[in-house]
Design a protein around this ligand. Structure first.
Ligand code: FAD
Length: 321
């Protein structure tokens, strides 16, 4: 019996969220005595796929069909479903992502598999296959018992330790039969909005709030973001005032981010803002008010004037790099 991990890739490398899914599967495989097999779809170098071994995959199956490059959901679900059946797996692990969610939902029906999404811990076996999941944007946890033989686990970003000490995995070509109907939906063109780092995908986010006083001061946020290789975000009033575009607005009614590091500058930490950032691994808050609510959610805090701190922090980051 084995565990199959569906890995997503972008720009020639496996996505970090998928490496987390492989790491999770590796720990699960160790616990259950099962082999961990990854499957990747579309054009990508074998050497890049072999890196799944560092996170614990013993083998990578590669369906190299270029038609799968576009991430057409139906085709991906069909290919992963066939890989599941061919590899003799009983558990599918994947990253909780837009594509992961869409593939998992389809395969849950096709494979008659119980699905748990936003998983944050390994299943417990006492009294059934109990899986802990994060709910209400990370505010609470719930335990779900899966009773079916086949299981699908979608792993929450930044919730499980990333394993990186394994050796490269062997890569094998996998043939699957894809029907015309799998490509009924076609992506005709893809326009990248800009060369900026995508906010929902970013590993580091530097966000500014009303404490930045106005759009003319945003170069301070941008300079720090550039030095850190980060995306920029903002609070809702900032985008409502037209200081920043709406696609940068983070929070309950905006983008939900899950970076390794979220830097909040001059943001008070209202509950609606926190709802969009509490999946971050670490939070650094810079605020001149020591009583600002954001400090309660922070891992690190600097009490002081952003206009003095930001240039110094940017210089310090540049010096390290
Ligand atoms: P403020 O609350 O005005 O805070 C500014 C902060 O900057 C203060 O803490 C202040 O101490 C600090 N500051 C001032 N000057 C400096 C300085 N020189 N140096 C350092 N710090 C300084 N908000 C969101 O962000 N996202 C959402 O998705 C969202 N959705 C909402 C949905 C609903 C239904 C409602 C009712 C509200 C929503 N809000 C949302 C608004 C939210 O409640 C807050 O009003 C908003 O987050 C506050 O933005 P802010 O922290 O930038 O501004």
């Amino acid at each position: 019996m084995s565990i199959l991990v569906y890995i997503e890739h972008a720009e020639g490398a496996i996505k970090k969220t998928s490496l987390e899914a492989v790491s999770y599967a590796s720990a699960l495989g160790e616990k259950e005595g099962k082999e961990v097999v990854a499957v990747a779809l579309g054009a990508i170098e074998e050497s890049a796929l072999a890196k799944a071994g560092s996170a614990g995959a013993q083998k990578v199956l590669h369906v190299a069909d270029k038609k799968l490059n576009d991430g057409v959901i139906q085709a991906h679900a069909s290919a992963v479903g066939q890989a599941f059946e061919q590899s003799g797996a009983d558990t599918l692990v994947l990253a909780k992502s837009s594509l992961g969610d869409a593939v998992a939902a389809r395969l849950s029906v096709k494979l008659k598999a119980g699905l748990a999404s936003n998983v944050v811990a390994l299943p417990e076996e006492n009294g059934g296959y109990k899986v802990r999941r994060s709910i209400y944007t990370g505010k609470a946890f719930t335990d779900t018992v899966i009773t079916t033989a086949n299981k699908i686990l979608a792993v929450k970003k930044n919730a499980v330790p990333l394993k990186s000490d394994g050796a490269d995995a062997g890569v094998e070509a996998l043939e699957v039969a894809l029907a015309e109907s799998d490509f009924a939906a076609k992506i005709t063109s893809t326009d990248k909005a800009s060369d900026e780092i995508s906010l929902p995908e970013a590993d580091i986010v530097v966000s500014g709030g009303r404490g930045m006083k106005g759009p003319e001061n945003w170069s301070l946020i941008e300079d720090l973001a550039k030095a850190m290789g980060a995306a920029t975000g903002c609070s809702k009033p900032v985008s409502d005032s037209g200081w920043r575009p709406h696609h940068e607005h983070v929070g309950q009614t905006g983008v939900k981010v899950a970076p390794s590091l979220y830097v909040a500058v001059g943001i008070s930490g209202a509950i609606q803002h926190l709802a969009g950032v509490n999946a971050s691994k670490y939070i650094l808050v810079i605020n001149k008010d020591p009583e600002a609510p954001f400090f309660k959610a922070a891992d690190y805090g600097i009490v002081g004037d952003a206009f003095e701190i930001l240039p110094k922090l940017t210089e310090a980051v540049k010096a390290i790099k």
